[in-house]
Design a protein around this ligand. Structure first.
Ligand code: AMP
Ligand code: MG
Length: 405
């Protein structure tokens, strides 16, 4: 099979991938998820005219000429309306959030009054509706405020709660099973025998899937054996994985058994070679309903391929429209040679010039096994296939790497 371009490979990964069915999610489990239905207000907010200040609810006509002394006939606190009425010459003590009692039409703030026993002297007049939050000021019953397809922010959760929705219809989270392969791999903290290394990919790939809102299933590591690999694939299916992400064993070596195992299980292969560096032996296909992405074992390749293909797939299944992280523009920090037939994703640092320009400088060594440089990188510089040599200070496209908030 010929090498496929990154764009074609991504199009194949997303082809036929549709948002997962809706489910009802509690508000505390809805952040970042995509609404599967419009959300309509089930109540009016505020439900009544409420006081915005601490003070006295009075009739504006009574305080047109000041000073004036009024009789205090009751008290209103938030959640405790006044059963009576405010008539001529009367006032009700009121606190922020209290319902403006019948008869009163304005609030005099506490600072503009003097209280003596059950009488209050108002020293400043107050026009109608002053310091009153009118019923429906925020929203009204039946108003559609959050549309289907919208991705929920923290603020939207506040709004949905205020609209009286304890749950929301959102697309189900994709279940992503992550599997490592390799005889040589041992968990962090292990005492290593000759030839062994530490299993590191899975930690980044699981975290990436979770950060994108997926439910991540850690399938650990299997040895380079067909039976073990097949057993792990079956486990992913049994656990209802929407996506199986394998790392390692995806190439053409004698011990690269992932494709063999998947084929034995009935994989409909869509491609296994992409014109990119890092990550040429990248595999994709479907096993029944399950999407399968096989990324190479080299940690940098595993990470970059997951960023480029897994993240968009998770987003698509989650119902998001912004499937791809958008490249930004920066200035090259050094000269770069012309490129061959593969797109390059160079690990680079970013610095900011005093005029606000971002300068992207690739690390001198770009080996796909170098985890420390990957961790230190701020971005990937994208070099298109057959790109001409580029000089320092010319423009380049970058993909910023996430840093925690
Ligand atoms: P493979 O794609 O299986 O040929 O692996 C390529 C290289 O990546 C080999 O040097 C492996 O030892 C290494 N490797 C594979 N899987 C992992 C992993 N999960 N964590 C760290 N290194 C890995
Ligand atoms: Mg291997």
């Amino acid at each position: 099979m010929a090498m496929m371009s990154v764009a074609d490979a991504l199009a194949r990964v997303l082809d036929g991938a549709i948002p997962l069915p809706p489910e009802s999610a509690a508000l505390n489990d809805a952040h970042g998820r995509v609404l599967a239905a419009d959300v309509v207000a089930l109540r009016t907010q505020p439900p009544d005219d409420l006081s915005a200040m601490d003070g006295y609810a009075v009739r504006s006509a009574d305080v047109a000429k000041v000073p004036v002394t009024l009789e205090v006939v009751g008290e209103v606190a938030a959640g405790h309306p006044f059963a009576g009425k405010v008539s001529d010459g009367q006032a009700a003590r009121i606190f922020t959030g209290g319902v403006v009692p019948p008869g009163a039409d304005t609030i005099v703030i506490q600072e503009n009054t003097k209280r003596e026993g059950n009488r209050v002297t108002v020293t400043t007049s107050s026009p109608p509706k002053k310091h009153v939050r009118r019923a429906g000021l925020d929203f009204t019953h039946g108003q559609a405020l959050l549309p289907r397809g919208h991705r929920l922010t923290e603020r939207d959760l506040m709004l949905a709660a205020a609209m009286s929705h304890p749950t929301l219809a959102v697309h189900r989270r994709p279940r992503v099973a992550v599997l490592g392969t390799g005889d040589e791999l041992r968990p962090p903290g292990s005492k290593l025998n000759p030839g062994e290394i530490i299993y590191s990919n899975g930690f980044a790939l699981l975290a990436m899937a979770r950060a994108e809102g997926a439910d991540a299933i850690d399938l650990g590591v299997v040895a380079d054996r067909l039976d073990e690999t097949i057993a792990a694939i079956r486990k992913a299916r049994a656990q209802g994985a929407d996506i199986l992400l394998t790392s390692g064993g995806a190439s053409v070596g004698d011990y690269d058994l992932v494709q063999k195992a998947l084929t034995a299980e009935g994989l409909a292969l869509s491609f296994w070679k992409v014109a990119m560096r890092p990550g040429r032996p990248l595999m994709h296909g479907r096993l029944g309903e399950m999407h399968v992405i096989g990324v190479p074992g080299n940690p940098v390749s595993a990470f970059v391929c997951s960023l480029l293909y897994l993240v968009p797939l998770i987003r698509r299944l989650s119902g998001r429209n912004d499937t791809q992280p958008t490249p930004e523009s920066a200035m090259l920090g050094i000269d770069l040679p012309g490129n061959d037939e593969r797109a390059d994703y160079l690990r680079a640092t970013l610095t900011l010039k005093p005029d606000g320009t971002l300068v992207a400088t690739p690390f001198p060594t770009q080996d796909s096994s170098m985890i420390a440089a990957l961790a230190k990188a701020d971005c990937l510089i994208i070099r298109e296939p057959y790109a001409s040599p580029a000089t320092a200070s010319s423009a380049c496209a970058i993909l910023k790497l996430k840093s925690p908030l």
